[in-house]
Design a protein around this ligand. Sequence first.
Ligand code: ADP
Ligand code: MG
Length: 782
Amino acid sequence: MSIKTKLSIIMSCSVFVILVLNIALNYYTTEENLRQDSEMKMVLTAKQIAIAVEQNQYSSNYVTRQIGNNLWLASIIAAEELDPDINNITNEELVRLSQKVGVSHISLLEQTPDDIVVTRSSDPREIGLSTKSMSYWYEAFKQLFDKHQVTIPQGQTKDHFWSDGFEYSTSSPSDVDIWGYYHDGKRNYIINPFYNNAEVDDYVKISSPNEILNKIREVNPSILEITGINPLTFGSPTMNVDGRDEKFNKLNNKPIRFGTYQYGTAEEDHRAVVKAVRTGQNVTFVSQARGQKVLKSFIPIFAPNQSSYVISIVTDYRQISSMISEQLVSHASISLVLLEIVIFGSYLLAGYITRPIQSILDKVNDVADGHFDFRLKIRRRDELGQLANRINAMIRNLGHYTNRLKQMYEENRAVKEHLESVINQTADAIHITDLEGNVLRVNRAFEQLYGWKSREVEGRKLRIIPPDAEEEMLEQHAQLVEGLSITSNETVWMKKDGSRVEVSVSTAPVRDEEGEITALISVSRDITNRNRMEELLRRSEKLTTVGQLAAGVAHEIRNPLTTLRGFLQLQQQTNKLNHRHLDLMLSELDRINLIVGEFLILAKPQAVHFQDRDIRFILGDVISLLDSQAHLHGVEFILNASSESAMVHCEENQLKQVFINVLKNGMEAMPEGGAIRIKLKYMEEQQRVRIEIKDEGIGIPEEIMPKLGEPFFTNKETGTGLGLMVSQRIIQSHKGMMDIKSVMNKGTTVIIELPSSGLQQQEEKHQEEDEEEQPPLADKEN
Ligand code: ADP
Ligand code: MG
């Protein structure tokens, strides 16, 4: 769904919700207002009724008083006309008399021992009526007979006279009558004139508010019923549903004082009446009566001169309902029109708002497809305008960077391919491991050299380090992790099949972008062939040397042999054993043995066997081997060694070969003879042994200095040109250094430095061993 649709839906929905809320609120408040309105009206109506009732009461009182007066006057006239003894009076006489004085009827009441009874009357229905049960009436009659002033509060009292207000007749309960009672003490009866229904009809009309109620209902048709309720008797247990009560049936104590009671629900209404009287406030509620919904209001009326009462007004609720629904319909239709306008408007508005977003979206889609060569054209100053500007800038940068990225990617790819081919094509075995030693990758040469396929080793630990080299590897690993590189370390590793291979390994740490060491790259090269070659060279140089030495050795041996022969001849001639001669002969034999032994050691190919040896003794051996030859050429060796031991971890014969070659070169450079000074020094600080061999020979021309050490470079007729080369290799394999300095016609100095081996303690131990094995140096110089 597009933003436009969403926006317009959101706007429309919000307006819809507001409208619905508005209608609901309106409905509620309207209902409430209408209710309050009609309640107000009802209160007003009730007040009007109350006023009317009060006025009626006044006129009713007035009329009652007038009628009372009439009845009193009629009584006085009747008293004059009638015989004092009731026995002399006939009913016919009373008929006449009543017509004369203008009342409905006249009755006469006589006192019996326990009652007061009507005994004469113009109305035959009255005769025999007992009054004993007529509460205050009976009381009033007794007071009249006793010639007292009547003290009953009801009605009016005059001299010898008492009259009650309107009341239902006891003899004919459907009639409303008004009676007067007169007794002047001069006769044995009470004169009782009265008006009945027909006479007082008009008056009743005036005094009853029913007329007013009818009028009010005429002008206000929604009022269903108005009832005047007497709170004192309303709701008594004897009351009927229509409000009539057998017990309370007098005009002044009837539950319903005026009006009708047809919409009543006695219990509910009784509660309302009690509440209204107690609180003095009107009580209004909605109820159900005669199958319809009605609004009932109970308004308490407190009139000054009479007891309080409650006016109940029942209105038809349909009027309120219909007004509400009318209003609802009009509201809803207005809202509907409004909603349509809003939907339409919001759609337009959303379109206006989202149009730039759409165009931005289109362009962003283009960018996503990789087109950067266009710009957004949105000329607005709001946030969308700013967004468009920023997007333009972004597209520009994106285009720029994407191009650069492509370029760099290409370069990168080329470099990577190149590297890849270098790694794979190179003859050196390469393997890269992480710091834990797990293989990340190996190249083809690695596979060929060690026999492991890359899939067999990748992600695992390598098994090419033989157990005896592991310690060395751990040391190297520690150096590598600290960032140092290890170059051309010659060692022996293991192939997959378990066979050993001599390799020269260079290892370096690989760093990531942050400079952290993450991997190690090792390049190893099979040096078995090289070593074999070197061994061959070493041997051929050695053989040459041996050949050359042979003359010297022969000479050296011939001298003691001659001496021996001389002594033996002497023994033969004298036939006597001279002990001094024997000692000399033995020492000559020892010397021969030593020289031959040394010669053999040199000539014999031997297994490479590194040991801790003192250089002083090695040099001593070499000197004694060359000594006689040196003498032949008039050359003298001068050894200058410090008293400290100079222990080196070395292959003794190889070092001897070096020294023999250097010393021979020195001798050959001094055809006229001279001295060769040999200086030996242990440099404690560097833990190295330094040997300087200095001759006084012809020197080496500057231009051939760089060629020294090249195989077969010699400028001697019988030279091999291998000596220096082999010597250099040997010194290298001992992790040492060899340097040549020369001054033409002055001499040449060869400097050799070798790492000293280990602790002094060890050295001393070896020294002792050496001393046991080797004759002391001093002996050899002799
Ligand atoms: P060779 O002794 O068989 O010639 P070397 O390798 O021992 O081979 O020496 C190479 C060359 O270096 C010699 O031929 C010589 O010219 C020169 N050389 C070596 N040592 C000396 C020296 N002490 N004095 C002068 N020249 C030397
Ligand atoms: Mg030489």
